[in-house]
Ligand binder design. Structure first.
Ligand code: N01
Length: 510
């Protein structure tokens, strides 16, 4: 448990001998908590600003929401699930998997829901972090696991007049299930990973659906499949089969990875050919195909996976609008050709504010330096996890740890393992802190940024890139390479400070 201090009264209560704070109860935070429990470390508290666990899978409930990575790979390897109903599970099934883990590991009582962390600061003398909630409560923790996620807050487009719209506005990441789309004239802005799922899901219900496309995207076949009861029973009975299925899916994605992340036109051409064949099989009208055909290099933006998105445009009630949006007016969307598209509702499939690029809240490390100052020229961390000057602070899904080609959880598991080893060392050896050496962090990031020129991502605009064109989001390489390098904690890479007896007592009792 995390030690608690009431900011108002200044009183303290000790709730554990090595308090650990986990911020975020999504896949990362819950996975970390499970591994801590497995290691016999119980002194943790999970904080989440929402009223339920699940993170992404709690928030993204739009019709058609699913994972575009196969579930046998997109799940925690240490919590295998033979019961996935299909190859690509719907969002609610993934959320139920997370809820099941919380019950199985009795984590619910360890979570402080509706608790927004608004600040954190490190005390050099005690080796403890103080984290503050929105209600003004302070908690002390010897280690903080920042598992706040990278794609959390919905981004609305900067389109003039957006506030003036008199119909219903819905963002995919905050779906309003009370609003009935049946029989409505609906516009969807955006053609990314969320749009390709929501468009085919709502198309049969609405009266008219207009998809406002700024940039057409590469889509590849999903080849989704329902898993029969017989198969699920077999997987449950012989867990090795599930492991084989996971390994097969993982290594297939690794094998195809270079086609998606490398700036290798010949490899990109293979992906483009596959996608264009898919387009041809889904859309009969050559003019419509021309409008849907992307012009940027395959992999430069996220490759989309769908068997139904392009086919939706074959429906009589679905149309594609490629004219640029001029403004939003009370009755609809006005495009640059002068047309007013009258609508009852606008769905914003316009993505997320990039949470990776900045501190999630003011974080003050050693010498009073803030994380935002350290990240003024872009978010950097050692292997995406630790930042020099911010000891005992471990980030899950941090800078340059996103994949474009495989399951993000593979990366997260490596980060959990790294943090767990560090926690064990700190706790078992009575250390004050471990702080990644600046030169180790710098060398690592020079290598990461040096590799970017061989990657496809600088060749087009996407959320992967910061405003200055640098990439602090994705890992430029194979997932296996990252896992091998990040999985183990190497003490020699960190500055290690001993806990002096008095300060230690103070930290633990605080
Ligand atoms: O968001 P996006 P997303 N006028 O940023 C368009 C993950 N994810 O929610 O391409 C008109 O990709 C914008 O146009 P353009 C995944 O990592 C995972 O779809 O910039 N259009 C684009 O088409 C993914 O990468 C799953 O020209 C405007 C769209 O909005 C990430 O989340 C499922 C506009 C935004 O696309 C984000 O995906 C869903 C404007 N002013 C998401 N502004 C899985 O299945 C923006 N757009 C795991």
């Amino acid at each position: 448990m995390t030690s608690k201090t009431s900011a108002a009264s200044g009183k303290t209560t000790a709730e554990g001998d090595f308090p650990i704070a986990i911020i975020g109860a999504g896949f990362g935070g819950i996975g970390m908590a499970i591994q801590l429990k497995k290691a016999g470390i119980e002194s943790f508290t999970i904080f989440d600003r929402a009223g339920e666990v699940g993170g992404t899978w709690r928030d993204n409930t739009y019709p058609g929401a699913a994972c575009d990575v196969p579930s046998h790979a997109y799940s925690l390897s240490f919590e295998p699930n033979p019961k996935w109903s299909r190859k690509y599970s719907p969002a609610d099934e993934i959320q139920n998997y997370i809820l099941g883990l919380v019950d199985k590991w009795k984590l619910r009582g360890r979570i402080r829901f509706n608790t927004d962390i608004v600040g954190a600061s490190f005390d050099d003398t005690t080796g403890a972090w103080t984290i503050r909630t929105g209600d003004g409560e302070d908690f002390k923790a010897r280690v903080v696991i920042s598992a706040v996620g990278g794609l959390v807050d919905p981004a609305y487009p900067d389109i003039p007049g957006i506030e003036s719209f008199e119909g219903k506005k819905i963002h995919t990441a905050r779906w309003d299930h009370d609003y009935d789309l049946r029989g409505k004239r609906v516009g969807v802005i955006g053609t990314g990973a969320s749009a390709v799922q929501v468009v085919p899901a709502i198309a049969p219900e609405v009266a008219e659906l207009e998809v406002f496309q700024r940039t057409p995207a590469w889509v590849v076949p999903k080849r989704d499949a329902v898993y029969s009861d017989r198969l699920k029973k077999l997987l449950a009975r012989f867990p090795v089969l599930l492991r084989i299925s996971r390994a097969f899916k993982y290594w297939t994605s690794e094998l195809l990875g270079p086609m998606i992340f490398l700036d290798a036109p010949r490899l990109s051409a293979v992906g483009e050919k596959l996608s264009l064949a898919h387009l041809e099989s889904q859309v009969k009208d050559p003019e419509l195909r021309r409008k849907l055909r992307p012009e940027f290099q395959f992999g430069c933006k996220r490759v989309l996976v769908s068997d139904e998105y392009w086919a939706s445009f074959e429906r009589g009630n679905v149309s594609l609008e490629c004219e640029a949006i001029d403004e939003i007016r009370p009755r609809g969307i006005h495009t640059r050709d002068g047309a007013l598209h009258e609508l009852d509702a606008i769905v914003f499939a316009t993505g997320f504010e990039l949470g990776l690029a900045r501190a999630p809240f003011p974080v003050v490390g050693r010498d009073g330096r803030s994380l935002d100052e350290s990240w003024a020229e872009g978010a950097v961390a050692y292997k995406g996890m630790t930042v020099s000057g911010f000891p005992n602070w471990f980030i899950l899904m941090g800078p340059n740890t996103g994949p474009g080609h495989t399951s993000v959880l593979v990366y997260t598991e490596a980060q959990i393992s790294h943090a767990l080893q560090a926690i064990r060392k700190l706790r078992d050896e009575g250390l004050k802190f471990v702080d990644i050496r600046q030169e180790v962090q710098d060398r690592y990031n020079e290598r990461i940024q040096g590799r970017m020129k061989y990657m496809v991502w600088p060749n087009c605009s996407s959320w992967y890139l910061s405003k200055d064109g640098s990439n602090h989001s994705l890992y430029p390489g194979f997932a296996s390479e990252y896992v091998v390098s990040a999985h183990n904690f190497h003490p020699e890479e960190y500055q290690i400070a001993e806990l002096d007896a008095d300060a230690g007592h103070e930290a633990d009792a605080a």
